[in-house]
Design a protein around this ligand. Structure first.
Ligand code: CO
Length: 356
């Protein structure tokens, strides 16, 4: 497939970097929401922030067609502050406990300041052989913020309830292959933003509504409230999803693979997509010459779950950017997949009236 022009690439790289680096732990999305608001403002007629914090943008009039991408990322909340100043965490969203040791965390305080800490580890030198084999549960992990006492931690502005994330800044691994902490789902956010931008000059014969959702991780919460509010006739959830074309995983268990274009969902644990919509997405991809793949059923849950069940039910599906290592701080993706996903979603928006 033809690659986008260099300027388009740069636009995408800069946009994704800005989005991925923004703080947006589930329930604390305000920073990423501000970034998105600024990026979409030139391309929408209006927006509102609902009581949950969803950023709902729209353009045009008629029956609503909704895109949804979630702003939140998996993270933590400070659960306890020990007498000796170490912090204990609880998860916001699902983490793999094997990967948590030895990372830097950023804690956002009530005053909005960012505090650096490290997830400490017991030196291997003093561990027994059996202790070394064991995965340390999140419960037992501690964060060292350099405070000697609980009072000192509080004086640094850190409180129980503060959100935290493992922060790895966006970086290019090589030309066209990038890594960042939150491609699930900032990749989907960028697809939605680019779809708004690329169709900005067109008169689509419906009301295009884009919901940037809160609290997808661990509950698919924001999308449900937004779907009720918007009452879409047709909806597409945009995701960064489970690329598992890595050593040790048989092909039959790789939900999606990098380099094969956008992943069309047939079924996940929250929705079985109406085949009419699947066939339509295939047709758009084939007619536009966009490579695509299926996301193997039935891994993960998405905002399409709650969206298709609201009101009297909505025709809804999912299109995803393949990302490796999601729910870790080192998610990666291929820009060519991201670009192809944007093209598929733009094609979908142009032809959506066929489904209304
Ligand atoms: Co996601």
């Amino acid at each position: 497939m033809r690659r986008l022009k260099f300027e388009e690439d740069m636009n995408i790289v800069e946009g994704l970097a800005k989005l991925s680096d923004a703080f947006g732990v589930a329930g604390f999305e305000d920073e990423v929401r501000d970034v998105i608001k600024e990026m979409v403002e030139p391309y929408v007629d209006g927006y509102e922030i609902d009581p949950l914090g969803n950023l709902i943008c729209w353009r045009g009039s008629g029956d609503p067609v909704m895109l949804d991408a979630h702003m939140d990322e998996v993270g933590f909340m400070v659960r306890w502050i020990e007498k000796d100043g170490f912090l204990r965490l609880t998860a916001l969203g699902s983490w793999d406990e094997r990967i948590l040791l030895g990372h830097r965390v950023v804690i956002r305080t009530r005053r909005g300041e960012k505090r650096l800490g490290v997830i400490g580890t017991t030196p291997p030198h003093i561990l027994s052989e059996s202790e070394r084999q064991k995965v340390v549960p999140l419960e037992e992990l501690f964060v060292d913020i350099g405070a000697k006492t609980r009072e000192e931690a509080l004086s640094l502005g850190v409180h129980i309830g503060d959100p935290a994330t493992i922060h790895y800044p966006f970086a290019q691994i090589r030309d066209g292959y990038v890594t960042g902490k939150a491609f699930d789902d900032r990749a989907g956010c960028l697809v939605a933003i680019e779809a708004l931008r690329l169709t900005a000059e067109e008169r689509l014969p419906y009301k295009l509504v884009v919901n940037f959702a809160v609290c997808e991780e661990g509950g698919l919460r924001g999308a449900r409230a937004a779907a009720y509010r918007v009452a879409p006739k047709l909806a597409l959830a945009l995701e960064g999803t489970i690329g598992a074309d890595i050593p040790g995983v048989p092909e039959a268990k790789q939900p999606v693979r990098l380099g094969q274009g956008p992943a069309i969902t047939l079924a996940d644990r929250s929705i079985t997509v109406n085949p009419r919509l699947v066939r339509f997405l295939e047709k758009v991809a084939e007619e536009e010459g966009i490579p695509y793949q299926y996301k193997l059923p039935a891994y993960g849950s998405t905002d399409a779950g709650p969206i298709h069940l609201e009101r009297g039910g909505t025709l809804a599906g999912v299109v995803s950017v393949p990302c490796r290592y999601i729910h870790s701080p080192v998610s990666t993706l291929l820009l060519s997949d991201l670009e192809a996903t944007i093209k598929l979603v733009v094609g979908f928006l142009r032809r959506a009236p066929e489904l209304l």
